[in-house]
Design a protein around this ligand. Structure first.
Ligand code: SAH
Ligand code: SF4
Length: 352
């Protein structure tokens, strides 16, 4: 993996990964709408633009009605599922708020509409309540599988072990579990990235969301860091290599071509698909919130979330020989294989 991540000619690597993607998920791409419904966060991750300590950020939280309306608009525009993402808040009020939103979306859109959450670290009880209210997938990046590097990019008091335990508790509660890392963190080596892929495998996760680390000048980790065109190109290539090697190593997981790829290359998401990703997540958040939800510098503005946008995306993918799966939940094939009743002795895919 270290060789593939650093020395294999990119074109050859990407070709090989795309062949695995095609064999595992066909010439199809899953579609999810992502809604960034609040940038209020109690954490202070050293790399993130919406960290608690960044006083320059205007904080917002969409109302219950606004979130439900946005989800239903997505549903009517051809999205078969949605990701609700926000900063991390652990409180009874927030738990109940999310629970009400989930119940209303599930009641209005029906059980076939998929709901993914990405709301950070919570207790097992909270994950259970949200699962019972209608969520069935959860994204929680481990950020790096190396506890030492994790400690360097988070303030004191943040625990890598807790984050890993959250992934395990999500799994126990029956979610399809997604994780991932940032590629190109200061102090991160290619060996670290290879270990990240082994971590995904050991934790037997269903979905992976990875992207380049992009410095934000308003954060302790990104302040004063030079960020040249050649840095951007190198970071982009590293993230593509991570997608490709993860696809080759893990086979049938869902892998997202993330917005951060698009931030470094206007065709970043399409290139991500050709490197082995099989999920695209257009951002349907009202553009009035885009500046506030600034995780990193140069984050692209929202895709507007109308039916026309889905169609133009479908057209661009069709030109690459890929069919966009509109109106589908887009469950992870790995999860489906794991859930099959007769799996004894038939490990579905790992070890390729
Ligand atoms: N608060 C939740 C979800 C929102 S943050 C959580 O932390 O899980 C979503 C992701 O944004 C994080 O997992 C992190 O990987 C990514 N992110 C934050 N700052 C970033 C940066 N500077 N560059 C690239 N990705 C970043
Ligand atoms: Fe908050 Fe997530 Fe950003 Fe950390 S990465 S500061 S938890 S929004």
């Amino acid at each position: 993996m270290v060789y593939l991540l650093s020395e294999e000619p990119l074109e050859r690597l990407v070709e090989r990964a795309y062949a695995v993607k095609t064999a595992e998920t066909g010439n199809t791409v899953s579609l999810r709408a992502i809604l960034e419904w609040s940038d209020i966060c109690s954490k202070n991750c050293l790399y993130c633009g919406i960290r608690r300590g960044n006083a320059a950020v205007r904080r917002y939280r969409m109302t219950e009605d606004e979130i439900v309306a946005a989800a239903l608009k997505a549903y009517e525009s051809g999205y078969g599922n949605i990701v609700l993402q926000s900063g991390e808040v652990e409180s009874d009020g927030n738990t109940a708020f999310v629970e009400r939103v989930l119940r209303r979306i599930a009641a209005a859109a029906g059980g076939s509409f998929g709901i993914t959450l990405s709301l950070g670290e919570q207790t097992g009880d909270v994950y259970r309540r949200w699962r019972e209210a209608g969520a069935h997938r959860y994204l929680l990046r481990i950020e790096t599988s190396d506890p030492r590097l994790y400690a360097q990019i988070h303030p004191e008091g943040c625990s890598w072990e807790r984050r890993r335990d959250c992934l395990r508790s999500l799994r126990r509660e029956g979610y399809q579990v997604g994780t991932g890392v940032m590629c190109g963190l200061p102090g991160q080596t290619v060996e670290d990235l290879a270990s990240d892929i082994l971590f995904f495998e050991e934790e037997d996760v269903d979905m992976i969301g990875m992207g380049p680390y992009i410095p934000h000048p308003g954060t302790p980790l990104g302040k004063g860091v030079p960020w040249t065109a050649s840095d951007r190109r190198a970071r982009f290539e590293l993230a593509l290599r991570m997608i490709a090697v993860t696809r080759i190593a893990l086979g049938d997981v869902n892998i997202a071509a993330t917005t951060a790829l698009q931030a470094l290359d206007p065709e970043g998401r399409e290139k991500g698909i050709l490197a082995g990703a099989n999920v695209i997540m257009p951002n349907i958040t009202d553009p009035v919130y885009n500046e506030s939800y600034g995780l990193y510098a140069g984050k692209p503005r929202s895709d507007t979330g109308t039916g026309e946008d889905v169609q133009s995306l479908a057209g661009r993918l069709e030109a690459l020989g890929e069919r966009l799966l509109c109106g589908e939940r887009g469950d992870s094939p790995h999860f489906k294989a794991r859930e099959r009743p007769c799996r004894a002795g038939t490990d579905s895919r790992r070890g390729k």
